[in-house]
Design a protein around this ligand. Structure first.
Ligand code: FES
Length: 146
């Protein structure tokens, strides 16, 4: 049912964790299942994503897609990171079962939420980037660990 790559990223997810004082953080929830993902970016002065970490409270497909998504955005500029769509992530994983496609959206939306956060903090805009609908970012003080 799952490709070898999906199983690999599920059993051995890359870039799990968090970044202290990250340049950008995106937290999104999946309305269908209630799963949650948070992604952290460290972005340098050339707007290149140098470091990525993620935490997912979600299913295996969400873990695998998040893991692959972090690998795909690392080293890219914030503009190039926009090209890392859920379709691109799924292709890189050799596909997902149809019922699991919505899980891959969590990774894409989290990337967009983090990019949005970065744009807000730095007063820049990225073509095609809109405020993520499922952004559940809260004030730092109110944030809960999960
Ligand atoms: Fe919730 Fe997959 S079932 S993200």
């Amino acid at each position: 049912m799952y490709s070898e790559k999906v199983m690999d990223h599920f059993t051995n997810p890359r870039n799990v964790g968090e970044i202290e004082d990250a340049s950008a953080v995106g937290t999104v929830g999946n309305a269908k299942c209630g799963d949650i993902m948070r992604i952290y970016f460290d972005i340098d002065e050339n707007q290149v994503i140098q470091e990525v970490k993620f935490k997912t409270f979600g299913c295996g497909a969400a873990v695998a897609t998040s893991s692959m998504a972090t690998e795909l955005v690392k080293g890219k500029t914030i503009y190039e990171a926009m090209q890392v769509t859920n379709k691109a992530v799924m292709e890189a994983l050799d596909g997902l079962p149809p019922v699991k496609v919505h899980c891959s959206l969590l990774a894409e939306e989290a990337i967009h939420a983090a990019l949005w956060d970065y744009c807000q903090k730095n007063g820049i805009t990225i073509d095609g980037l809109e405020k993520p609908k499922s952004d559940i970012h809260e004030d730092e003080e109110d944030e809960e660990e999960y």
